[in-house]
Write a protein that binds this ligand. Structure first.
Ligand code: F0G
Length: 506
């Protein structure tokens, strides 16, 4: 691995990322006029052909984004290395002032038809479940810059047992763990990495509880960039660590927690020109929006009543909420589902803030076996609070035992997920008990990570080791019926048949 110090040419010394240089050219107004005058299926087919053709060239006009501060509202074309407002220091988000004048974006029927049509296209960007929706994403100078592993395109499953257990008629899950590196991070990483590549960065960097680092390392490798990963030593799963190593990242295990890694990284990116790829990066948020677009498209543009998302650094809930608000603004949907966030009891700063009616988030020292969401000082809490209010969603927290049980239940439906994702089902049960979710309502759980992300948790659970000797030991005895420890037997058919009989009779 080469030195991370700036010893070679090719380093960008600027501390600013130029957004205005990363914009597709706008369409000629005459072209738009023509498209809006023609109606009917024939005109639509022509439109799709034409836009598809153009969208694979540099001629296509996508949204010209601006960066807007979420607190003071300052709008600019440029962001500093840490994606914070130069005036007040708060986070920035991407806004699309040009949408108002963009005929294609204002036509929901045409957008829907175009996105559907792209599913059969051979072009890499169209095969991505993220870039297929590129009219609602910031525009690259060229689609050739797209770094894609064909992310998105994840399935929606019905969870019948979970529905029965939680007392609602319909529970669906959108399984983001089915992304190329096994987590939802890929949908944001494809967008932000493409911008980093186009801007000429050599290094990308992140602090992570494991999934961001795995995803970033993969996309950096695809783009020919170097990846710097900061992870808390001993506090992420081995599978995620292994992914970062396999994809060639410079992986530093710091003697601290995730929040400590984030602190160090913020300093590192100010001292070297690395592109920050945590979810404070608003380009990642834009990519992560597409899960909502893909979901409602899969549901034939019929909306569920509730969406439930796990809460860690709170970027994902912000992204999904932003997507629904934008879809409503553009007339793609006519109402908003309620977006709720569930945290682990030991990593619950948002829940605490809302319960105490506080105006500012007070960081906590986080502790949970759901290591992906072991975060005590979530960077995007204000964005998440905004979408919770706008969609009239709720927050709740779940215990370690509730997480383990929900994970086993999702597993027993043949789906499986990592522990952090299982907070959604555990939270659903609580929200039903609280009366916030009604039995006849439709709920979508966003499963954020693949089952194979943390097999150690699962093995410990089934061997009865997860809570042994700890404070949850007695509460965990309720989970005995879920445990399926492997049985060691002599190599004989008799022994196997006896085990089978015991299983039948138990
Ligand atoms: N679920 C999984 C599987 C995650 O990996 C994360 C976050 C979350 C939920 C929470 O999402 O942070 O957007 O609220 N993982 C990050 C990481 C922090 O570094 O991989 P969030």
């Amino acid at each position: 691995m080469s030195s991370p110090l700036p010893v070679e040419t090719g380093w960008r010394r600027t501390t600013d990322i130029c957004v205005s240089s990363a914009v597709w050219r706008l369409p000629a107004p005459a072209h738009c006029d023509h498209l809006t005058r023609d109606t009917g299926p024939e005109a639509e087919a022509t439109l799709i052909k034409r836009v598809n053709h153009q969208s694979t060239s540099q001629e296509f006009a996508a949204a010209a984004p601006k960066l807007r501060c979420i607190s003071c509202g300052r709008v600019s074309d440029r962001a500093g290395q840490t994606f914070r407002c130069t005036q007040c220091g708060d986070l920035v988000e991407i806004a699309y002032p040009d949408w108002k004048a963009n005929e294609l974006v204002r036509s929901s029927a045409r957008l829907k038809a175009l996105w559907r049509e792209r599913k059969t296209s051979p072009h890499a960007a169209d095969q991505s479940g993220v870039w297929r929706f590129r009219e609602l994403l910031p525009g690259l100078r060229s689609l050739d810059s797209v770094v894609t592993l064909r992310e998105g395109n994840t399935p929606v499953y019905q969870l019948q047992r979970s529905a029965r257990l939680s007392g609602v008629d319909t529970v669906l899950t959108k399984h983001q763990g089915m992304n190329p590196t096994g987590s939802f991070k890929d949908t944001g990483m494809t967008v932000a990495t493409s911008f980093a590549k186009e801007a000429g960065f050599r290094w990308v960097a992140c602090a992570s509880t494991g999934n961001t680092s795995a995803s970033m390392a993969a996309y950096a490798a695809r783009a020919g960039m170097q990846a710097l990963v900061l992870i808390p030593q001993g506090k992420i799963s081995w599978s995620k660590l292994a992914q970062a190593l396999d994809y060639g990242a410079l992986t530093c295990q710091l003697r601290t927690d995730f929040d400590g890694c984030m602190r160090v990284l913020n300093e590192v990116v100010l001292r070297m020109p690395a592109y920050l790829l945590n979810s404070v990066n608003p380009y990642r948020i834009e990519g992560q929006k597409t899960v909502a677009l893909e979901l409602v498209e899969q549901l034939n543009w019929e909306l569920p009543d509730h969406i439930i998302v796990p809460g860690g650094n709170l970027g994902n809930s912000s992204a999904i909420g932003k997507a629904f608000l934008e879809m409503k603004e553009l007339g793609l949907i006519s109402r908003l589902p309620k977006l709720s966030v569930v945290q682990a009891e030991g990593a619950n700063p948002l829940v605490r803030m809302i319960r105490s009616k506080g105006e500012h988030l007070v960081p906590v020292e986080a502790e949970t076996a759901a290591t992906a969401i072991r975060i005590g000082n979530p960077a995007s809490w204000k964005k998440a609070l905004g979408v919770l209010k706008a969609t009239e969603g709720a927050v709740d927290e779940v215990s370690e035992v509730e997480i383990a049980q929900a994970k086993a239940e999702i597993g027993s439906e043949g789906i499986g997920c990592e522990p952090a994702s299982a907070v959604t089902l555990a939270g659903l049960k609580k929200l039903v008990r609280r009366g916030f979710i009604k039995p006849a309502e439709t709920v979508v759980l966003i499963l954020t990570g693949h089952f194979l992300k943390d097999p150690e948790f699962t093995l410990k659970f089934h061997r009865g080791e997860l809570f042994a000797g700890g404070k949850d030991d007695s509460a965990a005895s309720a989970l005995l019926s879920y445990q399926r420890a492997p049985i060691v037997l002599d190599a004989s058919a008799d022994a196997v048949l006896a085990a089978l009989e015991r299983a039948e009779n138990s």
